[in-house]
Design a protein around this ligand. Structure first.
Ligand code: GLP
Length: 242
């Protein structure tokens, strides 16, 4: 686990964009799993600039969704699908056949898990998983207590996630269940980038990186990943041992 601390959010985001670019340059048919949330938004905008300026061809890449709020339609601007289309797929001109997301409205979300697991197995492995850290230490929707052995699964969302998640929605929204890739996908990914910025993440970052590896704090799993880079700004790194 390599921890890199940057002066500010901009520098952190530039590095995250660099990491994505370098994976795609090395492997034009890379399988990418890019998180939603506030943390990576600037990185995606910088990524677009790099891709346009350097004429990087991403038409061979596959994009898999990390997680989704169940029962929230993709047209809802708080959904992960909406976010990815808005910040990544549309700006980067990603074609529909490159995109594989969980269907939040499926009658059978468990079959969505089977479908996603089969797709990832068929593609080989995820080349890059770029994840954020939830305020309760979740990765995707791998909530506290989740077994590390799981691939995709349906979850009852933690109360913290239900509350914090309201920030993505215009109106108060009932967020009870989610669907997510599992920590097993995370461990099996060829490279993991975990990002966090802002003072509000300082405590959870400290617990994840310096505390014991525990299912009660899923982000601590990063300590056991064989090829993980942690990108932090100075505020998110503030509680770490010097
Ligand atoms: C959200 C998402 C995660 C995201 C995390 C951090 O609920 N499901 O995929 O990485 O929580 O979000 P943010 O970057 O907004 O702090």
């Amino acid at each position: 686990m390599l921890i890199k601390v940057f002066e500010n959010y901009n520098a952190l985001s530039e590095e995250a964009a660099n990491e994505i670019v370098s994976v795609v340059k090395q492997k034009p048919d890379a399988v990418l799993c890019l998180a939603t949330g506030d943390t990576p938004t600037l990185a995606y905008s910088l990524l677009r600039r790099r891709i346009v300026a350097e004429k990087i061809d991403i038409s061979g890449c596959t994009f898999v969704g990390l997680d989704e709020w169940l029962e929230i339609p993709p047209q809802n601007e708080g959904s992960c699908s909406f976010y990815l289309h808005h910040h990544v797929f549309h700006p980067l001109n990603v074609k529909p056949d490159q995109i594989h997301l969980f269907d939040a409205l499926s009658d059978d979300p468990h079959s969505e898990c089977t479908r996603m697991d089969a797709l990832i197995r068929q593609k080989g492995k995820i080349d890059l998983m770029l994840v954020g850290v939830g305020m309760n230490g979740h990765i995707g929707f791998n909530e506290p207590g989740v077994p590390t052995s799981l691939y995709s699964h349906v979850v009852n969302l933690d109360p913290v996630t239900q509350t914090v998640g309201q920030k993505y929605f215009t109106n108060t929204t009932r967020l009870t269940r989610g669907i997510t890739l599992g920590l097993r996908h995370f461990f099996e990914s060829r490279k993991a980038i975990m990002m966090a910025n802002g003072i509000k993440k300082a405590e959870v970052v400290k617990l994840a990186l310096e505390g014991p590896v525990s299912i009660n704090l899923p982000a601590s799993a990063v300590q056991h990943h064989s090829n993980a880079i942690i990108l932090l700004d100075e505020e998110a790194a503030r509680s770490l041992r010097k």
